[in-house]
Design a protein. Structure first.
Length: 78
């Protein structure tokens, strides 16, 4: 017996493209402000195809989390 999974479309809007971190083929890893579904827009780091119709796995951050990440990166000796 096999189970069928319901696949729901995830609505999103790239509100603002802030930075391109890297490029590989047709994909770019970007820092954007993205609104996922009906949720408030957040900072988002993930790979996107050129026209933002497909994305890879990434991380979504609130402003407070982005500030904490910036502080942590500033403390690193890189």
């Amino acid at each position: 017996m096999s189970e069928e999974k319901e696949v729901r479309a995830l609505n999103f809007e790239v509100v603002e493209q802030l930075a391109t971190l890297s490029e590989t083929g047709n994909w770019t890893k970007q820092l954007n402000i993205v609104q996922w579904g009906d949720n408030i827009a957040k900072y988002d780091i993930r790979p996107w195809n050129k026209d933002h119709t497909k994305s890879g796995k990434g991380v979504t951050l609130t402003l407070q989390e982005l500030i904490a990440l910036k502080k942590a990166l500033n403390m690193m000796d890189i």
